[in-house]
Design a protein around this ligand. Sequence first.
Ligand code: SAH
Length: 235
Amino acid sequence: MSKRILIIMAMEAEAGPVIEKLGLKETPANPQLRSHFPRFQGEFEGKDIVISLNGKSVEHGVDRIGTEFAALNTQSAILEFAPDLIINAGTCGAFSADADIADIITSDQPVVYHDHRVPLEGFDRFAMGSYPTAYRPKYFQSIEHKLGVVTTGNSLDMPDVDKQWIIQNRGMAKEMECAAVASTAHLYGIDFLPIKSVTDHIDIELDNVEQFLNNLSKASNKLSETLIKVLVNID
Ligand code: SAH
């Protein structure tokens, strides 16, 4: 049976290039889900690929970025497609000493949250989370990439308390969905892999919003090229 790979992505702009290059077709709406999560499916290199997006907010017309819709999207796609592997692909911020714009970051270390602070015995570690990845060097053979901790929170900015926490825990990719997707994959015992491309440097003066918008298309193209190479390498 061919391997089923589910790719969870938050933003339409991040997903566009890869949906096009893989020639995936939008799946018919699932009436139970009222088409909340746009899904695209197809065969590639003998694998069954599904890309599922977080969808757009009806009220605000923007992509539903962040952890809540990433978790809902992931769970409903698991129930619908029973994947063997889940990839969360997207963009991230990084410190300028760690990575350049459009660099690819993946991880062989657990994914964590950087803004869930609960200083109570047991709840502290639960809140921070620690969700495994299924990194294999072979997946990234002849692909330039960096290995570091992916850290998730629900804000684009970085207040000092988050920054200190990220530095202490050696966070390399700061983004807004990965831990939610990784924890849902973990809940169902499914292998999980993050692939992130850098859109902004979180330690430089220029506002991350402006950096993000300037670099989104460069990073998304790099992300789609990398994702396709990884899909070829996975057996
Ligand atoms: N301003 C953008 C939205 C960017 S929100 C727009 O108008 O479209 C950030 C999205 O990119 C999230 O899905 C998150 O996972 C990722 N991201 C990129 N850089 C980030 C950063 N520095 N901090 C947090 N998330 C980041």
